[in-house]
Design a protein around this ligand. Structure first.
Ligand code: B16
Ligand code: MG
Length: 216
């Protein structure tokens, strides 16, 4: 099948902000007297801010009021935004810019499908936003990953079907979302989820489109 579009998850695929999310969630969890670990954080990768906080609260076995819930969301996002303030073009993950430029040169459409409500700001900091034909983020869906909506909306905005696109993901929730939408998925950057996807590349430097066009 001729591949006409590439759709990228943001955090963990285009840029390595998962550590920033982890640190911000850890500080938020401390307010709930919860000892939040990197292993716990693995379950949050790719899922929305609201769903992430629900999972952390479930770890504590307690309840919080709706007002406190909203305060915790704001607290987490403020720490996160402060930590990514100095992100710049050099922070795009290895192979990202080269792959985007190669794809553009071959008239392949480019999309972003991210759960993050900060996606547009991060793409601007990386100075790659203008390369994308479609950007769907956490503000543009009614059902977050693992629902396929984010990727289906990206493909729709690129004027393509799911079968014509490849999705790049680093998280279980995103891989499940892409598969549910009928996309071929390449996992990258996270060997823990390699088995769940159709293929795995350690970094985008290792991705060669012609190989996948033949095998998919
Ligand atoms: P925000 P992705 C996801 O982005 C992150 O993986 C996840 O850790 C985060 O909780 C989620 O975005 C929401 O992010 O708080 O910035 O709206 O991997 O789908 O690009
Ligand atoms: Mg991700």
């Amino acid at each position: 099948m001729k591949i006409k579009g590439l759709i990228f998850d943001l955090d963990g695929v285009l840029v390595s902000t998962e550590k920033n999310h982890f640190t911000a969630w850890k500080k938020t969890a401390e307010r709930l007297e919860c000892d939040f670990t990197e292993l716990d954080n693995e379950q949050l990768k790719g899922i929305s801010r609201v769903d992430s906080l629900k999972k952390i609260i479930a770890l504590t076995g307690t309840n919080v009021s709706p007002v406190e819930f909203d305060e915790l969301l704001i607290f987490k996002n403020e720490i996160y935004l402060e930590s990514i303030r100095e992100l710049g073009p050099a922070d795009a993950l290895p192979g990202v810019v080269e792959l985007l430029q190669q794809a553009k040169a071959h008239d392949i459409k480019l999309g972003v499908g991210s759960s993050s409500k900060n996606a547009n700001a991060i793409l601007e900091l990386l100075q790659i936003k203008d390369l994308f034909d479609a950007i769907i983020d956490g503000n543009g869906v009614s059902a977050p990953k693992p629902d396929p909506e984010v990727f289906l909306n990206a493909a729709r905005d690129m004027g393509l079907s799911a079968a014509e696109c490849i999705v790049f993901e680093d998280a279980e929730s995103g891989i499940m979302a892409a598969k549910a939408g009928g996309f071929k998925v390449i996992a990258t950057g996270n060997p823990h989820v390699a088995e769940l996807a159709h293929a795995y590349v350690e970094t985008l430097i290792d991705f060669n489109l012609s190989i996948y066009e033949e095998s998919f």
